[in-house]
Design a protein around this ligand. Structure first.
Ligand code: 6DK
Ligand code: ZN
Length: 364
């Protein structure tokens, strides 16, 4: 049993600055500069916890490489790549970046490619790519929502082009809608995109249950918008009743998870209340499904998550689940969050999940 792990110090050097769409700085209006929500801290602290806890010793370190033009252009337009290369548009779709930003974005996409290739090649059983910047909002011709390159879509395209992988399922548990991945593969019946997110947060007016894929790909996009306040019980029900059955119906050769932690109980950008044990349970249900459906081939690619204090424990729990750790690191915050009122499935959440169950029948 080997679990691959991708991290590179350059991921922490991607510079989102102190002034961007969501975070304007203007002293004349009383707006104090502050580091961007998508700063290095949460992800860097995940890596540090993985090292300090000793979990790193149970992982197989995989080396990320920069995604090539050829790999990027399978998903993005030449105009988008050229604009990122020029560095002139350092606010592309709400995704600021500093000098050398494209190089780091290439390394993030290449980190997910390396993880997927290692799993498909059987060098490791499964893998976690702790990359930055994130990718799931990026569209073929633009960055969006802190994302520059569509890391997961680029990795899906890579293993399909070079490894003959046919059917890939992308499960997006970031609290925001995985609109970019969905858009790239909307018309492709061989790529299933399932996004579980807080309803109507970001992108605005996106991720509705009625978005189901296009043309030959109809049914291959599944959206599970959940109401604010959903916790461990609601997420467990969404996994058991919609996401895992969707995977069973689709029968993928590989599963890739867009692993965001902004559905966490303390996240500043959303209003859900999943805890580290909740993330562990979500991950375990996906790992178990991949074990039954595709010889355990599953790759987690890190996306959002903005509380530097709690994200490390949530991601650590997921990586432990991947590595089959039986003596997990305790979550020191669990007494505060696991017993919050409303952690169990609520009737209005149940309604949303039941409505999404109706989508299963049309999965190709
Ligand atoms: N709202 C992510 O976590 C990124 O999914 C989340 C991006 C949220 C951006 C919120 C935002 C606006 C801004 C201006 C006008 C309307 C709404 F990609 C991940 F990092 F994973 O900018
Ligand atoms: Zn997010």
């Amino acid at each position: 049993m080997a679990t691959g792990y991708v991290y590179h110090e350059l991921y922490g050097w991607h510079d989102t600055g102190t002034h961007a769409g969501l975070l304007p700085a203007d002293p004349r209006r009383g707006l104090q500069p502050h580091r961007h929500f998508e700063n290095a801290e949460a992800k860097r602290r995940v890596h540090e916890l993985v090292v300090v806890s000793g979990l790193i010793d149970r992982l197989t370190r995989l080396r990320p490489r920069p995604a090539s033009d050829e790999e990027i252009l399978r998903v993005h337009t030449a105009a988008h790549l050229a604009r990122l290369a020029s560095g002139s548009d350092a606010g592309d779709g709400g995704s600021p970046f500093g000098p050398g930003g494209l190089d780091i974005a290439r390394l993030a996409a290449g980190g997910v490619i390396a993880a997927a290739e290692s799993v498909v090649d059987g060098e490791v059983d499964n893998a976690y790519a702790l990359v930055r910047p994130p990718g799931h909002h990026a569209l073929p011709d633009t960055g969006m929502g802190f994302c520059l390159l569509a890391n997961i879509a680029i990795a899906v395209a890579a293993v399909r082009a070079t490894r003959g992988v046919r059917r890939v399922a992308v499960v997006d548990i970031d609290v925001h809608h995985g609109n970019g991945t969905q858009a790239v593969f909307a018309a492709d019946p061989d790529v299933l995109t399932v996004s579980v997110h807080q309803e109507r947060v970001f992108p605005p007016d996106s991720g509705h249950r009625t978005e189901r894929g296009e043309g030959a790909g109809f049914g291959s996009a599944v959206n599970v918008p959940l109401p604010p306040g959903t916790g461990n019980g609601g997420y467990a029900a969404a996994m058991a009743r919609v996401v895992v059955p969707a995977l069973e119906r689709f029968a993928p050769d590989l599963v890739i998870v867009a692993a965001g932690y902004d559905a966490g109980a303390t996240d500043p950008l959303a209003r859900m209340m999943v805890t580290a044990s909740g993330f562990r349970a979500i991950a375990s249900s996906l790992i178990e499904a991949a074990g039954r459906l595709c010889a355990g081939r599953i790759v987690f690619a890190h996306e959002g998550g903005y509380d530097p204090v709690y994200v490390p424990f949530c991601a650590h729990a997921v990586i432990e689940a991947l590595a089959g750790v039986t003596d997990p690191l305790p979550d020191p915050f669990s007494p505060n969050f696991d017993f919050l009122a409303g952690q169990d499935l609520q009737p209005h959440q149940e309604e949303a999940i039941a409505a999404a169950e109706a989508l299963l029948a049309d999965i190709p």
